[in-house]
Design a protein around this ligand. Structure first.
Ligand code: GLY
Ligand code: MN
Length: 471
């Protein structure tokens, strides 16, 4: 494998060639309180990281015909005493394989030399985005006005598939989270807490020198799709949904969801719904091959779920109609997945442009309209596959939906299932080229248990969260 600094240099050259103009990239910033060490958690802008590897808040990179100059904050007197030794800006750039470095204060003068031609990208920090807009003389806003089309398209083209370095990072991100999931399964107890398990997941990741890739979802109210809180005790009969990932040292995300019964045994209705979601998850993973249209994977999940829900008496009518009308979306109200990479919803700061092929737009059906992606899969794209079923009071009690889907949904029967919450099973899947293992998808999260038997054998089999955290 080529060194990562060589790979980044090739990425920068390709970006310049595709964009056809000088480029000024800015890193994200921190918004500190009065005391600088009280900064909010900092994360580099993903494109800045991808092209430079530089993790310094507020840094800029000027790319001209593939030559990169980094603009960095020079060491200050007193740094060594207060913050530890800070190498020179040249040494810091050189460590990234970048030959040119200038003090941050010179970025304006450097930008002016390319006035009228500079292309730039918005970043999450609004102060830095405003500065980039000023330096490039263009309107930028995060995320609505991400940058000029030629630059945005060049970044999308380069970042949408993974090279060898990225695949190594992503496998590692998945293995970190996989450890966390298995530990949480073993630590689950009736009488335990969501908060304790969430803390254990974060501690597991921290002990391996990493951070979560997003705020972990650990909830017995899985019907709230991105439930951010941890207020609940774990009761016998509850299903626990854990949607939690880790970030590799290089900034790559994993995004894994498992759902299991708190008391260690699925009751018959939980098992019925769980088996359906698992069947959809496995069928959809098998479909992740080069050339496969991603939207059809979503609709295959919808078909499998609709068929199963009909057998359970929750839906009525022909499966094709239940998918076509969106009726199945009342129980599967989100898309089957998304691109995964440096960001969890990778490239979503560029809107639907990276994830919807030209001429395609979001489906109209209830649920399917949240489908985040409709590309033909290419070798070394990494996507999530995350079908789910949810009993959502806000959906099932909605008057307009009850009227619209009166024939297709057995609302009376659904009432008896309310309280079960939500089930989602999510894996991270790499599309393999046909010449590699016959094009079988590689599942980075494949060693996180998900069959009923494997889960039931593991739940509660190790120390509880409280025991582990206080030991
Ligand atoms: N793990 C959160 C999501 O995919 O939306
Ligand atoms: Mn996801």
């Amino acid at each position: 494998m080529e060194s990562i600094t060589t790979v980044r240099s090739e990425r920068r050259r390709a970006l310049c060639e595709r964009a056809g103009a000088p480029i000024l990239l800015g890193n994200n910033g921190t918004r500190a309180r009065n005391l600088p060490i009280n900064s909010l958690p900092f994360r580099s802008d993903s494109s800045f990281l991808y092209f430079t590897g530089c993790t310094e808040p507020g840094a800029f990179a000027l790319l001209v015909d593939g030559t990169c100059t980094l603009f960095l904050t020079p060491p200050e007197p007193g740094d060594e005493l207060w913050h530890g030794e800070v190498p020179s800006i040249h040494a810091r750039a050189e460590a990234l394989g970048i030959a040119h470095a200038r003090p941050l204060g010179e970025v304006m003068e450097a930008a002016e030399a390319h006035s009228g031609r500079l292309l730039s990208l918005a970043v999450p920090d609004p102060t830095i985005t405003a500065r980039l807009a000023q330096l490039s003389g263009r309107r930028l806003a995060y995320p609505d006005t991400p940058g000029p089309r030629p630059l945005v398209d060049a970044v999308i083209a380069l970042r949408r598939t993974r090279d060898e370095h990225e695949l190594v990072e992503m496998r590692h991100a998945a293995s970190l989270a996989a450890d966390g999931h298995r530990t949480l399964m073993r630590a689950t107890r009736v009488g335990g807490t969501e908060r304790g398990l969430a803390a254990l997941f974060e501690a597991m990741i921290a002990a391996r020198g990493a951070v979560p890739s997003y705020h972990p979802i650990v909830t017995v109210r899985g019907e709230v799709l991105h439930n951010p809180d941890y207020p609940n005790l774990l009761r016998s009969g509850d299903l626990l949904l854990v949607d939690a990932g880790a970030e590799s040292a290089g900034g790559y995300a994993s995004d894994i969801t498992r759902t299991w019964p708190v008391n260690g045994v699925f009751d018959s209705r939980q098992r019925d719904l769980y088996s359906l979601v698992l069947a959809a998850n496995e069928a959809c993973i098998r479909m992740c091959r080069p050339g496969q249209r991603y939207r059809d994977i979503h609709f295959e999940a919808a078909r499998i779920l609709a068929e199963g829900l009909r057998a359970l008496g929750l839906l009525r009518g022909a499966v094709e109609d239940l998918v076509e009308s969106g009726a199945v979306g009342l129980f599967f109200p989100h898309g089957v997945g998304h691109l995964l990479g440096l960001d969890v919803h990778d490239l979503e700061n560029f809107g639907d442009r990276p994830s919807y092929a030209a001429g395609r737009s979001r489906p109209e059906q209830f649920g399917a309209r949240y489908l985040r992606m409709d590309l033909d899969l290419e070798p070394n794209m990494v996507v999530t596959i995350e079908p789910g079923l949810y009993l959502v009071p806000a959906i099932l009690h909605d008057r307009e939906l009850r009227t619209r889907f009166a024939d297709a949904v057995s609302f009376g029967e659904a009432e008896r299932w309310l309280g079960m919450g939500g089930i989602r099973i999510e894996d991270d899947v790499r599309v393999r080229p046909e010449h590699d293992a016959g094009g079988e998808p590689e599942v980075f999260s494949g060693d996180v248990p998900k069959t009923v038997e494997a889960l039931e054998g593991l739940i509660g089999s190790g120390p509880s969260a409280e025991e582990r955290l206080s030991a």
